[in-house]
Write a protein that binds this ligand. Sequence first.
Ligand code: GAR
Length: 202
Amino acid sequence: MNRVKLAVLISGDGSNLQALIDACDDADYPAQIAVVISNKADARGLKRAQDAGIATHIINHREHDGREGFDRALVDTLQSHHVDLICLAGFMRILTPVFIDAFQGRILNTHPSLLPRHGGEGMYGMHVHAAVIAAGDTVSGCTIHHVITDVDRGAVILQKQVDVHADDNAETLAKRVLAQEHIAYPEAVRIMAQNLLYSDDA
Ligand code: GAR
């Protein structure tokens, strides 16, 4: 079976990367991970990738000339691996048109809230869960969406909802949301990969 070639971009723990690695372990899953890129040398996700025998690259944003220089380095590496679909998974950099235009419609992200609530620049990780609690929301969740230059505003592929408990803090809520991301991301990648394979575009 033809399988779509994924790249996963990370900055930290990589638990969503792990969920994708586990999904790709199934020979019937329509995608496989060709490369993992981290902008941080100490990202735990790099070890997860190495343990799974996946090629890794560290591209440190501080060693490049601004956001566009960094994005050009990412694009060059991704093109050298001939990837079909790019998954941002806890990748804490905002991408410029240099990157987004190179892979139009083929970049996905996971965000830990029900977008459009609690998205946009500065809304990431624990900041998102703290904002959900501060707003008194009774439900939250995660969103897998397309990446466009307008941060967190790309088309939604799928969302999963969780209850916010009265005694939740950002950490307890984050844990409940993360468990749903681990289900949602492989589902969304399956949908995208099947579309690419059926349109014979991969
Ligand atoms: C995930 O909860 C992801 O939604 C969030 O970072 C976490 C990464 O976890 N991303 C953002 O907030 C982006 N705006 P992981 O490294 O264990 O996959």
